[in-house]
Design a protein around this ligand. Structure first.
Ligand code: FEO
Ligand code: CA
Ligand code: CA
Ligand code: CA
Length: 655
């Protein structure tokens, strides 16, 4: 999701509504005091405290450091910060375009013609605004690193860049015609594409047998405690168990048993109607940012998006959806036990006892970090035993204490305030209104949680907090220490047993630390990294992350500040040892784009990136875009695409 705090808000109704009505008042300590917390400072360079030194680093040392790894284990030569029509990788690396918006996915897909796009064509072609990327080796269960299925989310559309003659305004999607709206619906959802690496080059396998498109119309089953509930029923589906489509799929994840988890994020923007203000569920709509005026035109053409006609339809979005990428006929399932909010992603770690924890952020200013823990261990020997494992378990929300403890609060009907007196008649009510339940439990309001992802090497869990410009000084707390947090930060959660062979991801307790505070050292107050971070290595607005086999973190960004002429990118850092939190710039995106879905092949020799909304700059349009990435062909608009980055001649990424 486009996230730009300085120059524009492409989707103000999404990014500006901090819809948590009463963020908990926190202990009003000063930013500097928080940043001086014991271990949070160890090995860091506190720019706010020593601005003079920061200038020396950036002016006299920065350029020299940019070429060197310093104490980092990462040996690539950093690229330079830039803001241009093209993207960049370090010397010795190569960018390959794997698949673009409009490329064929299904065998009957026609050739892409952006001037004459149809819904039918789009439903057989690769969708728009790719976010989550995952690689599932072929055959199933293997660790093949040169042949597999790419599973990709299509989060939303940029109508002004998709169609000619829509102008260059953010509001173009509210003016789509009926047929354009049908194209937009077909451009949402997911793609599964068989790909292969031959002679060093990645490419789709023509008409791959397992290829699949999932769109805003694909039938899905609802399971778990909210399935069939009265508030899940509509006139088209009186059972409350069958939904059409998945919407605004941002990041995602997978399971130990090899299924995809796709996360429904800003689902609120597709709905509209007077009921947002006056309907029986108005308070619940408000907590999820559902307003009278939809960001899309779809409310005009399909009753299900009109709150006045189908007040329960939005309750059927905001879930985690599971499906088997190896079976194109399998019906996706909305797993309600994992809660309903603006799920950024959903990543897992197997606990020492075999139960599986799934971590998920709720990407909104002042919203929360969650985990779901299965009731039973997963069974590596019996796929059938895992089929509905996600229907039974406990959903927790995080409270980050000032003293470095993290407490996981269970969202269980009948416990604490989650009772009928507070409007929760059942666990279904708790899940449909997960945010309100978490409010009552006094979870810690965070600075927009995006990916929350376990590091398989050190057992810690990394929380990307993208930014929160609305946090006032009196609302700063230990885990969100910066007021008007424009650049975001990264927190580490340390479960019991982290660093040993027996990590307890199911525990209701743990500890936490700050890993880095983003922003430009010496310029942005509170920026904190390893002291050897170069003038190119600082980042802004962390969004997605991935870990390589050495446990190093690769962070992609969304919302790099336009005023600094820095595009979004991919940054890598050690998480342990001398180079801890020494971030280094590996990839710089074309203008207007965010970088999503970092995903390694099992051999770490390829990293896939989803380059989302290239050319999404102010004044950029189909006719006159700010970039024509990746084709650079006259008349061809910019195309969201998945790229593969490899080393020339082979070898592990980052080395
Ligand atoms: Fe779709 Fe939270 O970014
Ligand atoms: Ca984002
Ligand atoms: Ca995101
Ligand atoms: Ca991730």
């Amino acid at each position: 999701m486009r996230n730009d705090t300085m120059t524009r808000d492409r989707q103000p109704e999404i990014e500006d509504i901090g819809s948590n009505p009463a963020p908990r008042e926190t202990i009003g300590e000063l930013v500097e005091r928080r940043l001086s917390r014991r271990a949070a400072m160890r090995g860091f360079f506190g720019a706010a405290a020593t601005a003079v030194l920061a200038d020396q680093l950036l002016v006299s040392g920065g350029q020299a450091l940019a070429a060197q790894a310093g104490p980092s284990s990462l040996s690539f030569k950093e690229v330079a910060h830039q803001m241009t029509a093209r993207d960049a990788v370090p010397e010795g690396y190569e960018i390959q375009t794997v698949i673009r918006w409009g490329d064929a996915v299904l065998p009957d897909a026609p050739a892409f013609d952006p001037l004459r796009q149809t819904a039918e064509a789009q439903a057989a072609q690769f969708g728009y605004n790719n976010d989550y990327v995952d690689f599932f080796p072929l055959p199933r269960g293997s660790s093949n690193a040169s042949h597999g299925l790419l599973a990709v989310n299509h989060e939303y559309v940029d109508t002004q860049l998709m169609f000619p003659d829509m102008g260059d305004e953010d509001s173009a999607r509210q003016r789509s015609s009926r047929e354009q709206a049908r194209v937009e619906m077909a451009a949402h959802g997911m793609s599964v594409v068989e790909i292969r690496r031959e002679n060093g080059r990645w490419a789709p396998v023509k008409a791959g047998r397992l290829n699949r498109r999932i769109t805003a119309d694909t039938p899905m089953r609802v399971s778990g405690p909210a399935a069939g509930h009265e508030r899940m029923r509509t006139s088209a589906d009186p059972t409350g168990r069958l939904v059409l489509g998945t919407l605004n799929n941002c990041a995602g994840g997978n399971t130990p048993w090899g299924t995809v988890l796709t996360a429904e994020e800003n689902f609120n923007q597709y709905f509209g109607g007077a009921a947002a203000k006056t309907g029986a569920q108005a308070a619940a709509y408000k907590r999820y940012g559902i307003v009278e005026k939809s960001s899309y035109s779809w409310t005009k053409y399909e009753d299900r998006f009109n709150l006045d006609k189908e007040p329960n339809e939005p309750n059927r979005f905001g879930w985690i959806v599971e499906f088997d990428p190896y079976d194109p006929e399998s019906r996706p399932v909305k797993r309600t036990a994992l809660g309903r909010f603006k799920h950024e992603g959903c990543t897992h770690a197997v606990s020492a006892d075999g139960r599986v924890a799934f971590y998920s952020g709720d990407d909104e200013r002042f919203d929360y970090v969650y985990k779901f823990v299965t009731a039973r261990p997963w069974n590596p020997n019996d796929p059938a035993a895992n089929r509905d494992l996600l229907d039974d378990g406990t959903l927790f929300v995080a409270r980050f204490h000032e003293d470095g403890r993290v407490e996981w609060l269970p969202l269980v009907h009948g416990q604490g305030p989650l009772t009928a007196e507070n409007g929760f008649a059942s666990q279904a009510d708790v899940l449909i209104e997960t945010r309100r339940a978490a409010d009552l439990l006094k979870a810690t309001p965070m600075d927009r949680p995006e990916d929350v992802q376990p590091n398989p090497v050190n057992g810690r869990v990394y929380v990307m907090l993208t930014n929160n410009t609305r946090r006032g000084p009196e609302q700063a707390d230990a885990s969100n220490p910066r007021a008007a947090n424009r650049h975001g930060h990264v927190i580490e959660i340390i479960p019991p047993g982290a660093g040993t062979g027996a990590v307890d991801h199911a525990s209701a307790e743990g500890r936490w630390e700050i890993f880095l505070m983003a922003g430009r050292p010496g310029v942005d107050a509170g920026a904190q990294y390893h002291q050897a971070t170069s003038s190119e290595g600082w980042l802004s607005c962390p969004d997605n992350c991935a870990f390589d086999a050495k446990g190093r973190i690769w962070i992609s960004t969304d919302g790099a500040p336009g005023t600094s002429k820095v595009a979004d990118g991919l940054y890598a850092a050690d998480t342990d040892g001398e180079g801890r939190a020494l971030t280094r710039l590996f990839y710089q995106a074309p203008t207007g784009a965010e970088v999503c879905g970092p995903c390694f092949t099992p051999d770490d020799e390829t990293i896939f990136l989803a380059i989302q909304h290239p050319g999404d700059d102010k004044g950029s349009s189909f006719a006159n875009p700010s970039t024509r990435w990746p084709d650079f062909q006259e008349g061809m608009p910019p195309r969201p695409a998945v790229i593969a980055i490899v080393r020339r001649g082979g070898g592990k990424i980052g080395a």
